[in-house]
Design a protein around this ligand. Sequence first.
Ligand SMILES: *Cc1c(COP(=O)(O)O)cnc(C)c1O
Length: 395
Amino acid sequence: MYSKMKDHLCKTLAEIKEAGLYKQERLIESPQKANIIVKGKEVLNFCANNYLGLSDNARIIEAAKKALDSRGYGMSSVRFICGTQDIHKVLEKEIADYFQTEDTILYAACFDANGGVFEPLLTEEDAIISDSLNHASIIDGVRLCKAKRYRYANADMAELEKCLQEAQQQRFRIIVTDGVFSMDGNVAPMDQICDLADKYDALVMVDESHSAGVVGPTGHGVSELYKTYGRVDIYTGTLGKAFGGALGGFTTGRKEIIDLLRQRSRPYLFSNSLAPSIVGASIEVFRMLKESNELHDKLVENVNYFRDKMLEAGFDIKPTQSAICAVMLYDAKLSQDYAAKMLEEGIYVTGFYYPVVPKDQARIRVQISAGHNKADLDKCIEAFIKVGKELEVLK
Ligand SMILES: *Cc1c(COP(=O)(O)O)cnc(C)c1O
């Protein structure tokens, strides 16, 4: 049988390559941080989700080692059989405190949190109203649930209102959105979303993966930015971006919702508990963020500096409210050539084009980190200008 399938797979792989969509993986020979080693050469990394620069933080690594010593390597179980340690409960509490919610449930990844949140709560009697740019894991989670689906254009409140009107016959309605959209760096207008939810009697869920640790006066996410505490019913998020970057996800929110997820959410019931070292390190992350706002302040300073200098140089940057800066080039090949030349200059950035972004919206996405210093930012900006002149993006 396999020889038949093999031919088919080879053909598909060739098609992906011909379309220029084959993803190559570059090998990093150092820890994840601002300056990494790629093929023996040091380059500055501007494409990690390492927003607070915690991926190689000494205090976090020490906490991981301590947990490894005191609680061991692995859990060899799911949570409800024999996979819950005291530290899992401590981390759940830390996350609930951070988001000002009632309770938290941990998952192996935010992909699982989103995959397991809808099906236990909603049936064919209900409605899910989803932003068109929501993350793949939300789309998959929605697919696993029988609720009626509605979709509105990215952050388009008029379309959202129309969906809510159409969904009035359903028993429960839930609006679901990313907090920050990963390609443009724009933030979902949570205040307006919550107003519409009140007007049309809907729940609100937000995925904080790119927004938590980043947006809001002290980086606590969309509810801090839009003062929507108490109005958002469910938050999902990852421990794999701003919060240390290792692995793990969570759903946090109303007590009864979290309670039911513990009983019925399939990725929670049928997948292994988070490893003690990650749990111990993550607890330390939230404690660090409670003690001081230094890392978030640095991130904001870096984002503002980079954006202002790039605009000053004449680049076309999408208005951003996060640590994501989209440098618009509008041409797929140009975006790839640009990124390749940037790497020659020692700057690691990624060019994105259709189908990841709309046709003719090709760009380089730059992700700023608190781990960058001024010299790193200046080097990146200089390289952008140099390559921009070479490729006649700048005059
Ligand atoms: C990265 C991301 C995820 C996936 O998070 P993992 O913990 O890596 O599975 C989910 N949702 C959004 C919006 C993301 O950006």
